[in-house]
Design a protein around this ligand. Structure first.
Ligand code: SAM
Length: 342
């Protein structure tokens, strides 16, 4: 290293990494206690404490720490939400993102990541309950809170199908491991002939139903409850969607799911995939979000990880698909792949 070059690793950068979980816990606490809406027009710690059923001492320390993070501004004895907060941290705002704390910073993730050294030693999850546990409770939270992040990708996927879908009389869609169901519902909103079969665990499907009602497509949605590797899939379908699912499994197991999808597709049907991918020749820092997501898969699944683009190609070919086309989603680390039966 050149003597004038600043090293990337410094005491400060390491200490910042060691501490950053405290920022997460402060944001999470502010959201969980419903603090932020009270600060839109400014309020004192004692008053916010009374309105949120907390102790004034606790609220004062929390608000000062939130001010230290610049989420809040302190003026005299009053605390104000910093600019941007009224849009993003007020549950009444259409742009509210606070609920995503239940996904990105849930206890399920924290508890699993605390045991990351064990997962690295073992090469897979050491948790008693994890993403592959039937009816895993986290999936209800995900289905309830994650629609907000799925909508842009779902619109891009629905758009990518336009040329193929527009002339079809039927558009019967199987949405495998649908979760909140935003992908199937978005297709149904865009194509009036579409009918959706939403498949997930029984405990998740009530949230899918809520989304279908919100989207105005509940009269065109049926549900299939059960294990996607076992449950009869019905069909044949014009479109099978498998979104944000294949990274839970090894390439072999993911290929088995793709084969199931292939077996219920009409000959001129389409498969629609969405997920993180990595490229075999790109550096991890260029695809940071995907590599960091693989860590969660290591902590939370037996053999899952973000698969490479090349692995996706091999899995699709092995499962009987051809003509794979990739569509990027602007500003997001996801790829959308559409493919046809070979
Ligand atoms: C990451 S979420 C994806 C949800 C949605 N497709 C999306 O793109 O946001 C994974 C979903 O897979 C479901 N799931 C996991 N294993 C399953 C299985 N064996 N059978 C059915 N659903 C399963 C979970 O309940 C959860 O809703």
């Amino acid at each position: 290293m050149d003597a004038t070059e600043t090293p990337f690793i410094t005491r400060e950068s390491l200490f910042a990494m060691m501490r950053v979980y405290k920022d997460t816990s402060l944001l999470r606490t502010g959201i969980e206690l419903g603090v932020f809406p009270h600060l839109i027009r400014g309020d004192s710690a004692a008053s916010v404490a009374a309105k949120t059923g907390t102790e004034p001492r606790g609220m004062r320390i929390l608000l000062n720490a939130l001010a230290a993070l610049r989420l809040v501004e302190k003026r005299g004895d009053e605390y104000f939400l910093a600019p941007g907060g009224a849009e993003l941290l007020d549950p009444e705002s259409p742009q509210y993102v606070g609920d995503m704390v239940h996904v990105f910073a849930s206890d399920w993730e924290w508890d699993a990541l605390k045991r990351l050294p064990e997962a690295v030693r073992k090469g897979g999850t050491v948790m008693d309950e994890h993403a592959e546990t039937p009816e895993y409770g986290y999936w209800q939270h995900f289905a309830s809170y994650a629609p907000v992040v799925a909508r842009p990708t779902a619109s891009t996927l629905a758009e990518a199908l336009t040329d193929w879908a527009k002339g079809r009389d039927t558009l019967d869609v199987l949405d495998v491991a649908c979760g909140h169901g935003v992908y199937g519902c978005t297709v149904a909103q865009r194509y009036p002939q579409a009918r959706i079969w939403a498949l997930d665990w029984d405990s998740v499907l009530p949230y899918t139903q809520e989304e279908a009602v919100r989207a105005g497509v509940a009269d065109r949605m049926s549900q299939i409850a059960g294990d996607m590797f076992e449950v009869p899939l019905g069909g044949p379908y014009d479109l099978v969607l498998i979104t944000n699912v294949l990274h839970h499994f090894s390439a072999d197991r993911a290929t088995r799911l793709l084969e199931r999808a292939r077996s219920v597709l009409k000959p001129d049907g389409r498969l629609g995939l969405v997920g993180f991918t990595v490229s075999e020749d790109a550096s991890p820092e260029a695809e940071a979000a995907s590599h960091l997501f693989s860590v969660l898969m290591l902590a939370w699944t037996y053999e899952g990880e973000v698969h490479s683009q090349e692995t996706y190609d091999r899995m699709l070919t092995a499962a009987g698909f051809a003509d794979a086309r990739t569509h990027s989603v602007a500003g997001l680390p996801f790829r959308i792949v559409t493919a046809s039966p070979a």
